[in-house]
Ligand binder design. Sequence first.
Ligand code: NAP
Length: 254
Amino acid sequence: MDLSAFGLSGKTVLVTGANTGIGQGIALSIGRAGGKVIGVGRSSMEQTASLMAEQGAEFVELRADLGSTAAAQAMFETAWAEHGPIDGLVNNAGIIKRVDAVEFTEDDWDSVMDVNLKTMFFLCQAIGKRAIEAGRQGRIVNIASMLSFQGGIRVASYTASKSGVLGITRLLANEWAAKGINVNAVAPGYIETNNTEALRNDPDRSASILGRIPAARWGCRAISGMPWCFFSHPLPTTCTAPLSPSMAAGSRGN
Ligand code: NAP
């Protein structure tokens, strides 16, 4: 899809978890809209780098384990010093633990909350601080989930973290709107990525989920880039805090 109308030329957007899945789709969309992407993650971004190069888009890779807030903050400082200024941030990296609530361990809780919520917040803080100090506009898109709205089953820390993503998005939008920093969220439905592999491989859960999705299919990871590009664009200066549910609308799923 031609996304050049979103005009991100000259803009640099940091995308976490850009090596695969939705994050790779976001990076490619931003690239198609003319933006430069700093892909951040703990795994090689070779495939994303080569897909970005194929479409003539600028891409740099930075390694960081986002389970550590200190590592994430250090990565951001390096990114700003070596590739900045950074205009936008997409907090996409995330993990899920599927365990019955009665069996849930402290590690199942902490590991998910650390990546999905704690690091997400401190990366928002890092770009927010820089933008406010420099009097620059900033654009932040956080990846929430349908489970920001629904309880789901067997995913206690994931549901807690994604509900937190929704709350923090609203709080930061309130605090920063007047300073020119827009904070939005996108809540994908069920997408065919590593995150949903266990569900797709379970015939009962798969049938149950697909039965609640009007299109009766898993969403494609190369999904429309419009939400990320729209929210990253410098023009919609008053668009802050809405949460855009996307893909598989109508699902009541868990
Ligand atoms: P995915 O393919 O598993 O991608 C998750 C990404 O996060 C990967 O790049 C992964 O890197 C990265 N990541 C995880 N832990 C990390 C860590 N400690 N440090 C650095 N990077 C880390 O799943 P996805 O579906 O694309 O998920 C992307 C986002 O969408 C997540 O926030 C997820 O919760 C959200 N989401 C997904 C769905 C869905 O149906 N798939 C629905 C709603 C929301 P590695 O490859 O190295 O693990």
